[in-house]
Structures are given as C-alpha cells and as structure tokens.
Design a protein around this ligand. Structure first.
Ligand code: SF4
Length: 242
C-alpha cells in the first residue's frame, strides 16, 4: 500500500466530494501518461495521514492487514464524514480479495465504496463487486498502451453497469478519432445512459495536451451517441491537492 489520506475527489462524477483515499501499488497496464508506481512490493512502508485534515503523515511498515486498515478508516470517519472510501492505485483490482475483506470488516454503517479502476480485470471485479457501490472506469486507448484492451474492457463494462458506474476517457493530442469512436461504440452498447467524463490529459512524459478544437469535436461525437457527456479536467491539480 502506498498511502491513506482524506481529501477531495478531483475527477469525474463525484468531483468535489470529500473522500478517504486508499492507494495501492502495482498496475497491470503501462499507460504512456502514467505518473504513479507500477511495481508490486516497491514500498516498504505506507504513508498515512495523521488525521482527516492534518496534511501530516506517519510511516507504517507494509504489509498492512485488513483488520488494521479497517480501524484506520473508521478512525478517519469518526473525525470527518466522507462521501466514499476510494480504492485507487495503481490498479486496486489487483487487490480484490483484500478490498472485499476490508469492506466486510467496516460493517453496514460505512461510507460508500468507490472503485477507481482501469477497467481491464473483469475476473477480479467479480471477486469484489458485491461490496462496491460506485465504479469509475477508464476507457483505455491503444495509442497509450502496449496492446489494445477492448475485449476485457467490454466484459468489464457488462459487469460494472450493475453498479453506480461512470466512465472516463483521458484524451491527448495523440488520441486518434478511430480509437475514440471505438470507445464510444463500447459505451453505446453497454452504458449509453451513464455519464462519460472526457478528461484532458495532464501532459506528462512527452504526451501533448489536447487542442481545444479536438476536445470539442470529441465531445460532440460522444454527445451524438451518449446521454451525458462532460469535459472535466483533473481539478485536484489546480488546487494542488494530493
Ligand atoms: S491504469 Fe492508471 S495506474 Fe495503471 S498505468 Fe495506466 S494510468 Fe498508470
């Protein structure tokens, strides 16, 4: 585990909501614009905020066990009410059984469980879908990956739509119209009445920001097929939050 802290959700449908973040290490993908750690077992310790609004951290040796994490999360919640507990990463579904365990220890009187996922591990989703309330799923474009993930993304969507699902497409100047349209085809088949957030990439590793003309063109394309399409940037970057 990398870190546990209380902050504001900076992206997507629940932007602005107070959430508790649990960030796992490790990811099964290698997106070209990624700014987080990919490796498992790269963190000897986890940094944990000392309270819900302190911005001070203590280091706790890994691994952290489900019983300990449940107590840490309950302590935060006693201090400040959170709209959801956000399991994020990396890719949190690499730790699906762990998530299931933690949530079962939290009991019924808990915040909603929010899963922020790359949407490529449907088998892992099956393991913990019963304890998840909200799913923020990325639609991943081949231009940013080592190989296309359309098949697993389609399978994932068909499961995830049973929950409060919204999707997110990170777009850059490198995003092609062909792959954007392909992503829309998946969504129109499985989630045409769910929110799609188009998120302009935060330029990183040489990936270029999308032009305004291209962004508006993409939104118009999406709006011709889907009910709710919004352009929402990463607001936590503007506020310099974690
Ligand atoms: S899915 Fe997320 S964490 Fe994984 S490589 Fe892509 S951006 Fe990074």
């Amino acid at each position: 585990m990398i870190e546990i802290f209380s902050s504001i959700q900076g992206e997507g449908k629940y932007v602005g909501c107070r959430q508790l973040f649990v960030r796992f290490e490790g990811c099964n993908l290698r997106c070209a614009y990624c700014d987080t750690e990919h490796q498992i077992n790269a963190h000897a310790s986890c940094r944990i905020e000392t309270g819900a609004n302190t911005e001070q951290y203590r280091e706790v040796e890994n691994p952290i066990f489900p019983e300990n994490l449940a107590i840490i999360l309950q302590d935060f919640e006693k201090e400040t009410k959170h709209q959801a507990i956000s399991f994020t990463g990396g890719e949190p579904l690499l730790h699906a059984s762990f998530i299931q365990n933690v949530v079962s220890l939290l009991g019924k009187n808990r915040p909603k469980i929010f899963l922020e996922t790359n949407g490529t591990l449907p088998e892992a989703l099956k393991k913990c879908i019963g304890c998840v309330d909200i799913i923020s799923m990325d639609i991943k474009f081949p231009s940013m990956l080592e190989k296309p993930m359309w098949k697993s993304q389609e399978e994932f969507l068909s499961l995830a739509r049973t929950k409060d699902l919204y999707t997110k497409m990170v777009v850059s100047e490198e995003t092609t119209e062909e792959e954007f349209r392909k992503g829309l085809t998946l969504l129109s088949r499985h989630a045409s009445n769910r929110l799609l957030c188009i998120q302009p990439v935060t330029p990183f590793h040489g990936i270029r920001a999308i032009s305004t003309a291209k962004l508006l063109h993409f939104q118009a394309l999406a709006a011709s097929l889907l009910e709710d399409v919004r352009v929402i940037p990463q607001t936590h970057r503007m506020l310099q939050l974690a």
